[in-house]
Design a protein around this ligand. Structure first.
Ligand code: SF4
Length: 362
């Protein structure tokens, strides 16, 4: 499967031509081709907060930095079950269990796997994603057998830039964990964060690395500097810079589940609804250590742009369109997830102004 080249991505990220809205319009066509006007909701559980041994410089949960987050050990099974119940009731497609841990260790899995099995039995149509750190084949197998559907482990950024952010494990360690998850039959959720000082080339390399890894889902965090961390004083992305990156992510990954993750409200501000023209899913009801705008406001935002939440009926497993979002529109159904070179929309004009409006399907 061909995609944009590194040079093409860098060109489109670097210039102020084409205008970000033109790029977003190309992304919207791709997004609606594969996901129609549906949005899926993912709900996070910060199942074990803080005191992490790793030194990820962007993360307020590292034990190495003095941050003002709430810390606690692994949540009790009944708490996680209640959270899963709330996620199902909210119409979420995925319930994401995240722990601030270096790796999915045996003791962690001993505690967590029975809970995953209980959630799966209770809510069979709620997909369960786990994000527990580095994986071994044995750990991946245990999660799969317990009923987890998906594993999240982000590359975060390019291989070149990664050592600026993390020194306690490597980018290659992360790639290996994603490959292990895939081999175990878990769906892979793997993205990263933008706006922490990486270059346009780093963003291009990161997007292309995800393409090579052939990941199923790509969460993109818009870096919202966390007080007390080494990157607390980084200049945040502007909303239009962030939207340009989200649009490029869609153009590089036309049919993937791309999710606007942490930082959505803070970085995009009033332009936040425009992100839905590039991404097809969002985390709702807050992030790991920061609040979001809440489910009601997310529903309103989705309705306002004419999109609808795609929910799964827990009892029957059938799809349901949330009647509280969006006016009716002709339902064309989800498109095939296969893709082809016809998904490549851009002949990247080397951004001469006179070529700026020539964003047409090739
Ligand atoms: S491994 Fe995860 S929780 Fe731990 S410091 Fe890194 S990003 Fe934060």
């Amino acid at each position: 499967m061909k995609t944009l080249s590194r040079d093409e991505i860098v060109d489109l990220l670097s210039a102020d031509r084409p205008h970000f809205l033109e790029l977003l319009e190309e992304a919207r066509k791709m997004r609606e081709k594969h996901y129609d006007r549906f949005v899926t909701i993912h709900i996070l559980s910060n199942a074990k907060s803080g005191r992490c041994s790793e030194d990820c410089g962007f993360c307020s949960q590292s034990a190495r930095y003095s941050t003002a987050i709430e810390t606690y050990p692994l949540l009790k099974p009944e708490t996680l079950l209640e959270q899963a119940s709330n996620a199902a009731a909210a119409g979420a497609e995925k319930f994401c269990i995240v722990t601030a841990t270096r790796a999915a260790t045996r003791p962690l899995l001993d505690k967590l796997c029975p809970t995953i099995s209980t959630i799966k039995k209770t809510f069979p149509h709620l997909k369960i994603c786990t994000s527990l750190g580095l994986l071994t084949p044995e750990a991946a197998q245990r999660l799969k057998e317990a009923g987890a559907d998906r594993y999240n482990h982000n590359l975060e950024t390019s291989e070149r830039f990664f050592p600026n952010l993390v020194t306690t494990h490597s980018w290659t360690d992360r790639v290996r964990s994603v490959e292990i998850a895939k081999t175990a039959g878990l769906e892979t959720c793997c993205g990263g964060l933008v706006g922490i000082g990486e270059t346009k080339e780093d963003i291009a390399d990161w997007l292309l690395a995800l393409h090579r890894l052939d990941v199923d889902s790509i969460p993109i965090n818009l870096f919202d500097p966390r007080p007390g961390t080494p990157y607390a004083s980084v200049r945040p992305l502007s909303a239009t810079e962030a939207l340009r990156i989200l649009a490029l992510a869609r153009l590089v990954h036309p049919h993937r589940d791309i999710r606007c993750a942490g930082g959505r409200e803070k970085i995009l501000g009033p332009l936040q609804p425009l992100a839905l023209f590039a991404v097809n899913s969002i985390f709702s009801n807050g992030y790991l250590t920061t609040p979001g705008q809440g489910l009601a406001a997310d529903r309103e935002m989705i309705r306002a742009v004419g999109y609808q939440i795609r929910e799964i009926r827990e009892k029957s497993g059938s799809e349901r369109i949330d009647e509280n979002t969006a006016a009716p529109f002709p339902k064309t159904g989800l498109q095939s997830t296969s893709t082809s070179s016809s998904d490549r929309p851009l002949k990247t004009a080397k951004t001469r102004p006179e070529q700026a409006t020539s964003l047409r399907s090739s």
